[in-house]
Design a protein around this ligand. Structure first.
Ligand code: APR
Length: 267
């Protein structure tokens, strides 16, 4: 895996000089990330064919309040499995490059749709979390925080396929404990969303990394930044619904393209 000090392989897409200069001179950089930035840490994305979570599991059944009430053990077990995947994973050079970028700017705002903590484990601070966190379970009734179960290390060759697990009960009110993520049909955390929208409107440059741009309101942030005069640059190996909104798209993976971008800024 590459780091932001290794020489850039010739096939890593680079920003044209004028755009790179704008990025170099920016005062406020906003980085918006999705599941793609964690893909190279072994965390499945949501919509990738065959491997994406939604191609293997039913989003409505697993990521909605109705689904949880209908089948709490299935849903809780699924989030315990996803939480274990994240605990066993490590940030990759894409996350690390975001930290390096944030040190370069007067103001750098990291906004993520991800529910893993790999940005923070890489060293990012003040990350705006739009879709909650796998580590922040709480009581469905009284919202009292509740720890996720401890994660056992896997023996070599062992795989964790996940299983049905009854969600714990809240010691205070007895209601069920639910995952700390934002489910379909639920509101985003108001403060994080308002701060992300404010940052988008104040950005000189917005980097959009590893998101399909299908889930709103997060997917509306690049257009908001562009409308406010920001340069919008996307990093994604595949076409997305955001292509028309972005001034430039770097067709490559986060762990390759972002470190190369950091190097290009200060050659
Ligand atoms: N580097 C960069 N981008 C990548 C990589 C990679 N290594 N691997 C995949 N991608 C891209 C894919 O091409 C795709 O466009 O990441 C994107 C992932 O898209 P989704 O799976 O749709 O994930 P995301 O956009 O984060 O989903 C948004 O939807 O399911 C809900 O709440 C969930 O936060 C999630 C939201």
């Amino acid at each position: 895996m590459m780091s932001h000090t290794d020489p850039t392989p010739p096939d890593v897409p680079a920003l044209p000089a004028p755009a790179l200069q704008r990025l170099r001179e920016a005062r406020h950089l906003v980085v918006l990330t999705g599941a793609g930035i964690s893909a190279e840490s072994g965390i499945p994305t949501f919509r990738a064919a065959q491997t994406g979570l939604w191609s293997r599991f039913d989003a409505e059944e697993l990521a909605s309040p109705e689904g949880f009430l209908a089948n709490p053990a299935l849903v809780w077990g699924w989030y315990v499995w996803r939480h274990a995947l994240v605990v066993r994973a490590q940030p990759n050079p894409g996350h690390q490059a975001v930290v390096a970028l944030s040190r370069r700017y007067e103001r750098c705002t990291v906004v993520t749709q991800n529910v893993d903590d790999l940005h923070e484990r890489a060293g990012s601070r003040g990350v705006l979390r739009l879709h909650g966190s796998l580590a922040a379970a709480r009581c469905m009734g009284c919202s009292r925080p509740h720890p996720m179960p401890p994660v056992q290390p896997l023996a070599p060759g062992d795989a964790d396929a996940g299983r049905r697990i009854e969600p714990p009960r809240c010691p205070a009110c007895g209601d069920r404990v639910r995952p700390g993520v934002v489910w379909f049909g639920e509101h985003l955390p108001a403060q994080a969303l308002a701060s992300a929208q404010e940052a988008a409107e104040d950005a000189d440059v917005m980097l959009v990394v590893g998101t399909s741009g299908l889930v709103h309101p997060a997917a509306g942030l690049p257009a908001r930044a562009r409308a406010a005069g920001a340069l919008v640059v996307q990093v994604n190996p595949l076409p997305t619904d955001l292509d028309p909104v972005c001034h430039h798209t770097l067709r490559g993976t986060a762990a390759l393209v972002l470190p190369a971008l950091v190097r290009a800024l200060d050659p």
